[in-house]
Structures are given as structure tokens and as C-alpha cells.
Design a protein around this ligand. Structure first.
Ligand SMILES: NC(=O)c1ccc[n+]([C@@H]2O[C@H](COP(=O)([O-])OP(=O)(O)OC[C@H]3O[C@@H](n4cnc5c(N)ncnc54)[C@H](OP(=O)(O)O)[C@@H]3O)[C@@H](O)[C@H]2O)c1
Length: 337
């Protein structure tokens, strides 16, 4: 171990954490004491977790859906063990098996191994970035999944100068960062941007962008038929019937980029009649993008909104709130100060 530079803190032998022993409603999430501290492998650090963001993938996994649930089925439930959810983390390095990060560093990561609904988690060094001056721990805990997704999804969308882009859910976790990145393209590349959201969220956009620079707003709670805007590209953050409904906005041969990837096939089928090209995107975890988006936040290129911070012991309430699907910005767990 390279426990260099700072004085190692004495580590407890057990911790408080939230475990699931089965898939189901938010009530399968159990806050427990006496949980083992994870063991450090090569090229990993042990983090004392300060904050952990929660994401829709967390409740989908809890419900037994998707790749996260498949991993838990195979590697934990199969052996009668409980699983700890949570892919976003910020905290202090308390033990290190890598030369890149030392005890006392404040680091953030998106880690698909999960385990962040806990006081201590091990994370691969290549997923970590140091939190720069000017970014609070609350923000850094909220940022990993939504931040890396937003910057990677922008590149994946490959937006050309002058294109008319439509996005839904512009005030949610990913959306509230994505809309700020898109506004840079409005200013620099002359793209047009239309948003689809409720009146409440449309009003909130004032906190993020200059709303008068938007091309148009569609109120999905009221407008029965969406206008045929002959738009070039739909960035779909909602999927399902809401995604299908939005296809009428596009021109023939337009593009659709989908984040909730379970809906790609449905949208492909629905978009066939006008030759739409439909692709899904899955975020890649990596320390470089973590560092990049943290720096954008530190430099004020983007701002981040936190709707509510829950203590780890109130995990059930936090999941119930996120699952309603109407968050402004992000919901975060506070784990230790
Ligand atoms: N593929 C990947 O790697 C990846 C990565 C990150 C996220 N995702 C997925 O992307 C989706 C968005 O993630 P998120 O973190 O941004 O979720 P989120 O924070 O839960 O999104 C909430 C937002 O969705 C809006 N919304 C709900 N129904 C809508 C509708 N019918 N039309 C327009 N807006 C609607 C809400 O606004 P209103 O109040 O106006 O309804 C709310 O602001 C989730 O399905 C998530 O699993 C995928």
C-alpha cells in the first residue's frame, strides 16, 4: 500500500450502509450498521464517502431491471449476499493502493461497481478525479453520472452548425447540464434549440440559461399534438410514449439520440415511417471525463442545481422522490461531513 503523504486515519472495522437483499419497491433498501468495510485491491483507493448522487439507474437496478441488476443477481444474490447500490461518489481517500492518489485527497468518480450508499467504498484509480477548488462536495457528489453523461452525449450527438435540436427533460439531472452545453452551441454555432417540458420546469430554466435564446418551448402537459417543426435532431431523455410523441417534430430522415436505451427499439419502429435514424447512448465511466466536467463546473461554464439532500438513513424517501420523475437538477445523499 502507498499510504503516503498524510497521516492515515484509524479505520473502523465496520460501517453503516444501505443494502438490498432482493429487488422491489424502495422499502427493500435497508439502512444497516455492522457492515464490512470493502477490501482494497491493486490500483484502487478506499474513500470515506461524503456525498453520493442518486440516479434513475439506481431505482431501475433496485427494481431488478437492466445491467446493474444482472450483475447483482450473478455476483451477490446468487451467493446469498446483500448488494450496495450507488454509482456516484465524492469523499476523502483514506487508504490508497495507487501512486496517483494519496490519503487526504478529495476525489469524485462514477463507478459501475456500485457500493456508494455506504460510509466507505473502494474505487478504481482510473475512474477518479481530484475535486478542484471552487466545487463543493455536495456538487461533486451530484456530478459524476450526470456530468459525464452530458459531456459524452453532446459528442455522441455530433450536432452540426445551424441544426434545429429538440430536447425533452431539460431541467432533470442530465438535462439541466445538457441544456447549458447546448446553449453554448446556440451562441457559437447558430443552432436552434426547442425544449419539451412542463410549465413549472420551463420557468425554472431561467436559473440555468437565457430563456429568450430558445427557439421554442413545447408544454407536454397541455399540447395534444406537437408541432411539425421539421427539426433535425431529437435528444430524448425520457423515452417511452413521450419519446414517440416527440418524433412528429422531426423532418424526414432526422436523427434521434436516446439516453434511456431500453426505448431504442420502440423509437426505431415508431420512426420508420419517415426514415429516422435512432441510436442509444450508454455513458462510459472514466477519470478524464470526471476531471473535465469538474473543471467546467469550477470555471463557471456550467452550474449545478441540487433539489434536495437526504441523509443516508432516509434512502427510502430519496428513492421515492427521484422515482416520481420530476426532479429539478439532482437528489443527493449526505453520508459523512
Ligand atoms: N444511457 C445512459 O448511460 C444514461 C445515463 C444517464 C441517464 N440515463 C437515463 O436518462 C434519463 C434521464 O436521466 P435524468 O437523471 O436526467 O432523470 P431525472 O432527473 O429523473 O429527469 C427528471 C426530469 O424529467 C422530466 N420529464 C418527465 N417526464 C417528461 C416528459 N414526458 N416530457 C418531458 N420531460 C419530462 C421532468 O420534468 P417535468 O417536471 O417537466 O416533467 C424532470 O425534470 C433516465 O431514464 C436515465 O436512466 C441514461
Amino acid at each position: 500500500m502507498f499510504n503516503a503523504s498524510a497521516t492515515p486515519q484509524p479505520l473502523p472495522s465496520t460501517q453503516n450502509a444501505v443494502l438490498i437483499q432482493e429487488f422491489g419497491t424502495p422499502y427493500v433498501l435497508r439502512y444497516q450498521s455492522g457492515v464490512s468495510i470493502p477490501k482494497l485491491a491493486d490500483e484502487q483507493v478506499l474513500i470515506k464517502v461524503a456525498y453520493a448522487g442518486i440516479n434513475p439507474v439506481d431505482y431501475k437496478t433496485r427494481q431488478g431491471k437492466g445491467w446493474g441488476a444482472d450483475i447483482i443477481r450473478e455476483h451477490t444474490f446468487e451467493y446469498d449476499k446483500g448488494a450496495i447500490l450507488g454509482f456516484d461518489v465524492v469523499g476523502e481517500v483514506v487508504s490508497s493502493n495507487t501512486r496517483q492518489f494519496t490519503i487526504g485527497d478529495t476525489v469524485a468518480a462514477l463507478t459501475f461497481n456500485g457500493g456508494c450508499y455506504a460510509e466507505y467504498v473502494t474505487v478504481d484509480a482510473n475512474l477518479l478525479a481530484k475535486v478542484p477548488y471552487g466545487v463543493t462536495s455536495e456538487e461533486a457528489g451530484a456530478l459524476p453520472c450526470i456530468g459525464q453523461t452530458a459531456i459524452q452525449f453532446m459528442e455522441f450527438a455530433d450536432i452540426k452548425k445551424g441544426e434545429h435540436v429538440v430536447m425533452n427533460a431539460p431541467a432533470g439531472g442530465v438535462g439541466h447540464l445538457l441544456i447549458q452545453l447546448l446553449m453554448i452551441k446556440v451562441a457559437q454555432d447558430g443552432i436552434k434549440l426547442t425544449v419539451i417540458c412542463s410549465p413549472g420546469k420551463y420557468a425554472k430554466l431561467d436559473e440555468l440559461i437565457e430563456r429568450n435564446k430558445l427557439t421554442s418551448w413545447i408544454d407536454y402537459t397541455k399540447d395534444t399534438d406537437f408541432p411539425d417543426l421539421q427539426a433535425d435532431l431529437l435528444l430524448d431523455l425520457v423515452g417511452g410514449d413521450a419519446g414517440v410523441r416527440a418524433l412528429s417534430i422531426l423532418r424526414s430522415g432526422g436523427r434521434v439520440k436516446v439516453l434511456p436505451t431500453i426505448w431504442v427499439d420502440k423509437l426505431k419502429q415508431a420512426g420508420n415511417y419517415k426514415g429516422l435514424s435512432v441510436d442509444g447512448y450508454g455513458v462510459e465511466q472514466n477519470g478524464q471525463d470526471m476531471a473535465r466536467v469538474l473543471q467546467q463546473l469550477a470555471d463557471g461554464e456550467i452550474t449545478l442545481r441540487i433539489q434536495k439532500i437526504y441523509p443516508l438513513s432516509e434512502i427510502v424517501a430519496a428513492h421515492r422522490q427521484l422515482q416520481k420523475g420530476h426532479t429539478f437538477g439532482k437528489i443527493v445523499l449526505k453520508i459523512s461531513a
